[in-house]
Each structure stands twice: as structure tokens, then as C-alpha cells.
Ligand binder design. Structure first.
Ligand code: ZN
Length: 148
């Protein structure tokens, strides 16, 4: 068991358990929310630009679309070529309050057979990779009816 857990991408996620959240940024001028976070310029073409402030995103959303990944993605995807490829489900989740869609892998054990458009899912912490010292964490989407 690694001693420390650290986000695979600094500033994209925070917290554990019930406090786990994806972090985005919100434009103080037009209210647009960005994930992955935008820290330089508001990307809304109709906005003159405002300060971009970090905001935790809604933990729950609804499935907008989903698919199966049956091949090993190229770098920079991290995977061990020595191990057999294990397919996983990829889910696009609409966060209504933020008016954005966030892609992510389904939690381990969740397959496309258990998913449907419109189903409620929540962001839960997952592990991208780990060594003896550190687990690098990411987010997974998990149907709210499923417990780990
Ligand atoms: Zn803006």
C-alpha cells in the first residue's frame, strides 16, 4: 500500500471520500466554468474576459454518452505494455449547474452493460498508477446506485 496519494494532475482534483471533488475554474465576468481548468483567458468568445477563480465542480451528474475502450491508447496514456489490456468504459457526464460535459473512466467493475444515458453518476477517487511510495490519483465516474 503506497504511503501517499497525490493527484496525477495537480489542481484538477482534491479531497477523498465524500469530500472528493474535481476542480475547475469559473470566469468572474460571464460565469463560464472550465474543466480542464482554464487559468489564463476565458474561452467564451462573447466575453471580454474576467478573473478565473478555482471552483469545486458538482460531484454528481448525468450520463450524456458512454462507450467501451478496447484498445490501449497511445502515450501520454500511462499503461504497462507488459500487462494484458483490460477494456474499460469511458463516460461523458453532463454537469447541469456548470453546463459542461466531463469525460472520465468508469469506476473499476462498471461496464457499459450497466450504463444508460441519463443515469446519475458521481465522481469518485481512482488510482492511475502507483509505486511503493505514491499512488497517483484520478477521478472515476460511478453510478450512484453502486457502492464500492
Ligand atoms: Zn468569461
Amino acid at each position: 500500500m503506497p504511503h501517499t496519494r497525490t493527484p496525477a494532475v495537480a489542481g484538477w482534483l482534491d479531497g477523498e471520500g465524500e469530500d472528493f471533488r474535481l476542480l475547475g475554474t469559473r470566469c468572474s465576468s460571464c460565469g463560464s466554468v472550465f474543466f480542464p481548468r482554464e487559468d489564463v483567458h476565458c474561452r467564451n468568445p462573447l466575453c471580454a474576459g474576467g478573473a478565473l477563480e478555482e471552483v469545486p465542480l458538482s460531484r454528481k451528474g448525468h450520463i450524456w454518452s458512454y462507450t467501451d475502450s478496447h484498445y490501449r491508447p497511445p502515450s501520454p496514456y500511462v499503461s504497462n505494455p507488459e500487462l494484458p489490456w483490460e477494456p474499460y468504459a469511458l463516460i461523458a457526464v453532463e454537469l447541469a449547474a456548470e453546463r459542461i460535459v466531463v469525460l472520465g473512466q468508469a469506476a473499476p467493475g462498471v461496464t457499459v452493460a450497466g450504463l444508460a444515458v441519463g443515469m446519475e453518476v458521481e465522481a469518485v477517487p481512482g488510482v492511475l498508477d502507483e509505486d511503493a511510495e505514491t499512488a497517483r490519483t484520478i477521478w472515476h465516474w460511478r453510478p450512484t446506485g453502486v457502492r464500492a
